[in-house]
Design a protein around this ligand. Structure first.
Ligand code: DC
Length: 220
C-alpha cells in the first residue's frame, strides 16, 4: 500500500491539502486529529476540563470511536453518534490537545490508524504519523507555516462558520496548542528525520498543493 504521512502544527493547512492530495491520487484521506478530538469530546461531555483529573483508562473502556467513510468523506462516531461537526469548536481543539498527551489515549487510537494504512492507499495527517504511527510511510511530509499565517487561516475559517472569536484568541490558542503538542513526553510533534519540509507561509492553496503533488510524485 502507498502511505503518505503528513505532520505539522495546527493551522498549517494539513487537512485541506491532505484531502486534495488524496483526491488527486485517488487515495483515501484519514484525518487523525479528528480521532483525538472525538476522544476529547467524550471527556468534555462528561464535564471534565483539560486537567483531566479522572481515571482515563476506565472511561476509555466504555468508549467507542469509529471512522466511517460516507461518499468518500471521513465521518467520526463517538459511541455510535456522528460527532464530525461537534468536534470542530475551539473548546474541542484544546481538549483534543490535552487528551492527546495521555499515553492511554494514544494507545487507544493507534491500532485503528495502522489498520487503515494497511488496507488502503492513504494520505494520513496528524502530529506523529511519520514518527510513530507509520514510520515506514512511502512519503513523509512536514507541513508548516509561520504562526501568524496559520492563525490568520484558522481565524478566517472559524469566522466563516459563524464562531465568535477574536484573532488574538485564535493566535494565543494556537501558540499554546503548538507548545502542548511539541513538548509532551509521548509522540511529540516533530519532523521525522526523513520527512520533507514544506513551508506554506508564502504560498496560496493552489501553490501549496502543487508543491505537495511534486513531493509525492518524486517520493513514491
Ligand atoms: O489536527 P487537529 O488540530 O485536528 O488535532 C487536534 C489535536 O489532536 C492536536 O492539538 C494534537 C492532537 N493530535 C495528536 O496528538 N496526534 C495526531 N496524530 C493528531 C492530532
Amino acid at each position: 500500500m502507498i502511505t503518505i504521512a503528513i505532520d505539522g502544527p495546527a493551522g498549517a493547512g494539513k487537512s485541506t491539502l491532505s484531502r486534495k492530495l488524496a483526491e488527486n491520487f485517488g487515495y483515501i484521506y484519514v484525518d487523525t486529529g479528528a480521532l483525538y478530538r472525538t476522544v476529547g469530546l467524550k471527556f468534555l461531555n462528561l464535564g471534565f476540563d483539560t486537567d483531566l483529573s479522572c481515571n482515563i483508562s476506565e472511561i476509555l473502556e466504555k468508549t467507542t470511536v469509529d471512522i466511517r467513510f460516507v461518499d468518500g468523506q471521513q465521518r467520526v462516531f463517538l459511541d455510535d453518534k456522528d460527532v464530525s461537526d461537534d468536534i470542530r469548536t475551539p473548546k474541542a481543539s484544546m481538549m483534543a490537545s490535552a487528551v492527546s498527551a495521555k499515553p492511554e489515549v494514544r494507545a487507544f487510537l493507534i491500532d485503528m490508524q495502522r489498520k487503515l494504512a494497511k488496507e488502503n492507499n492513504i494520505v494520513m495527517d496528524g502530529r506523529d504519523i511519520g514518527t510513530v504511527v507509520l514510520p515506514d510511510a512511502t512519503v513523509k511530509i512536514y507541513l508548516t507555516a509561520s504562526a501568524d499565517a496559520r492563525a490568520k487561516r484558522r481565524f478566517d475559517e472559524l469566522v466563516l462558520k459563524g464562531e465568535k472569536v477574536t484573532y488574538k484568541e485564535v493566535y494565543d490558542d494556537m501558540v499554546q496548542r503548538d507548545y502542548n503538542d511539541m513538548s509532551r513526553k509521548i509522540a511529540p510533534l516533530k519532523k521525522a528525520d526523513d520527512a520533507i519540509l514544506a513551508d506554506t507561509s508564502d504560498l496560496d492553496l493552489a501553490e501549496s498543493l502543487e508543491l505537495l503533488i511534486k513531493i509525492v510524485n518524486e517520493g513514491k
